[in-house]
Structures are given as C-alpha cells and as structure tokens.
Design a protein around this ligand. Sequence first.
Ligand SMILES: [Fe+2]
Length: 275
Amino acid sequence: MNNSSSASVSGADSSAFSGRVTTVLQITDCHLLSETGKRLLGVDTEDSLRAVLSQALSEFAPDALLATGDIAHDPSAEVYARFTAVVAEYFTGPMLCIPGNHDLWAPMRSILAEPARLDLEGWQLLGMDTHVDDDVAACLRPTDEARLREACVTAEGTHLLIACHHPPIELGSPWIDKHRIQEGGELLEWLSEYSCVKGIVFGHAHQMVDTSYKHIAVMGTPSSCFQFVPRSQRFTIDTTMPGYRWLHLSDDGSIRTDVRRVEDYPLHIDLSQGA
Ligand SMILES: [Fe+2]
C-alpha cells in the first residue's frame, strides 16, 4: 500500500532534482502527556509518536529531525526528557525543536536546545519561535524577524528553510485561522524578495497543507497523534492516521517533500477524553 499523501517539488523542475540531498524528518504536535499510557481524545500520544518514528526511520535515515511544536501537552521537564528519550530510541542525530502554544519555554529549554538554526549541507534550517506561554495565538517577534532578515542577506549560496509552529496563512478554518501568524502575509511577501528562501514549514493545524507563495513552498504537517478536519468551521477531529513529513533538500535549492501516514495503527478517537 502506498500511504504517501503528497509529493511535490518546489524551486526547480522535478526532472532536475539531482545532486547532493539532505533529508529532514518533520514531526509535529506530539502532545505528550504527564504519564506514559495516558490518552488525549482517546489517543495514547506517546504510543502514536513511537509508531510515527518507527515507520519513518524504517524508510530513511534522516540527516536531521525537526519538531515543530506542541511537543508536550502537559509541559514539564519530565515530559520533555521523555520526548528526547523516545526520539533517541530511533534517531540520535541533530534535532531542531520549536515550541508551540501547548509548550512552556522554561521546562522545554531546560531539556532541549534553543530553536535558532541547524546548518545542513547547503541549507540552513531556521527556527522561528511564534509561541507565547499560556496563549494559543501566534506572536511574530521583532527579534526573530530581524534574525530572519540577517539570514537572508548573509545566506551566501545556502538555501533557507524556515520552521515555526503556527501557520503563516489562512487555512479556511476560522477556529484555527484566528491563531495563525497575523502578519503572515507581510512575512511571506518580504521573504519572497529573497531567492534563497525556499520554504516555510509549520505544525499546529494537525493536517497536511501543501501550497506556495510565489517561489516559497508553504507546508503544514499532520500531527503525530490526532488530526483536525481540513476547512472545518469549528473544532472537529478527523479520523486520518498520525503522520509526518519528509523534506529532501537538494543542493540545487529544490525541495522534494512527502507527507506520510502510519499504517495499520489502532487509532481510536474518544471525544470524552478532552483536549
Ligand atoms: Fe497541536
């Protein structure tokens, strides 16, 4: 069974996709709970994270792992330590972890490194922290904008992939859209002035998004636990499987990307087990 949900190339014709390739595995919205075995909306979120990592790492050995927020649902140093321990069972390479609205910065930072950037072959993976402790809404900080601008003007032949938690665009779901990066349109517009910016990837929406703004690929990724129904008008849980995204970054600046879902997972949604 081919459980691939999307495969696209941006920045270059697919026939031209060649040369040195760096592979990044994106996982997002893991929502780990205070104790192993606890469930959220019926889903054992640690178990589904293991299912995602197990399947993904059987497909490729990535050069880096990207986690785009809501790593913890019950944020504490113990939960972030459990996240790193679970990941380490499958992958021990470089990792960039960005906070989401369910994360708390102090306990997260006590375990995980600051989400500034990862330097990969020919690429910079730039983390942008749009979270605010105890607030669902996105915040685009002037310091992050300044850092992105600096990276754009000093890229010197490297390609840039930006990673954040909140979507920079509207997705057609008002209950999700109200917490997007409100300045996302302006952000994408000035980023598009730089040919080195190839993509922006996010989480939060618990669904696959593959679109573009001018030459920039705009990519949202399914959660490693439960999903939201695309274009739903109110909070609505989907029955699609936990997922993840492969990002194959070519040294010619093109991105080949593929969202995949775990196969044969016993997903059981129970709305009485609240979010
Ligand atoms: Fe989330």
